[in-house]
Design a protein around this ligand. Structure first.
Ligand SMILES: [Zn+2]
Length: 156
């Protein structure tokens, strides 16, 4: 397990989400969350399914849990850029701040860290809410795609 604290915090958020949505708690889901916390981050659904197979958890349960964890903001999902395209999942901790620029044409992503924006969001008061984490995604067009378009225009 990554850390006990990580698992406890994730479990707390999952339980809260399940209660708030009138769902039934499930032991299998808890076991899957335990496996999630034990995996190196980020991980793919395949990796999680493999770890869960050893606990005799079905692939179907793994995919259902993954979708729920993303909806419940326990996991952050993004498309892997290197190698074969696959969705990667990563645990969101209590103070995850994610800022990314994503190219709308090719999906290339770059993390950035803007302390001024982070401070602005963290110091802002959200009535009836405590800030736990946030993600900011800026969409644009990367250098490579821009160059490709310029070239195509030149050749036509
Ligand atoms: Zn691009």
């Amino acid at each position: 397990m990554k850390t006990d604290k990580t698992y406890k915090s994730a479990l707390e958020r999952l339980s809260g989400y399940i209660r708030a949505n009138g769902m039934r708690p499930s032991a299998v889901r808890r076991m899957i969350l335990e496996q999630v916390c034990a995996l190196p981050q980020p991980f793919t659904a395949e990796q999680l399914a493999k770890a869960c197979a050893e606990q005799r958890i079905s692939v179907g349960s793994v995919y259902n849990a993954l979708n729920l964890f993303v909806t419940a903001r326990i996991l952050h999902a993004s498309v892997r850029q290197r190698g074969r395209a696959a969705t990667e999942y990563e645990l969101m901790t209590d103070n995850t701040m994610r800022m990314q620029v994503i190219c709308q044409k090719c999906g290339r992503k770059t993390d950035f860290n803007d302390k001024a924006i982070a401070r602005l969001i963290q110091e802002r008061k959200y009535s009836n809410f405590n800030l736990q984490h946030f993600s900011l995604i800026v969409y644009g067009e990367c250098k490579v795609c821009r160059r490709r378009v310029a070239k195509a225009t030149l050749n036509s």
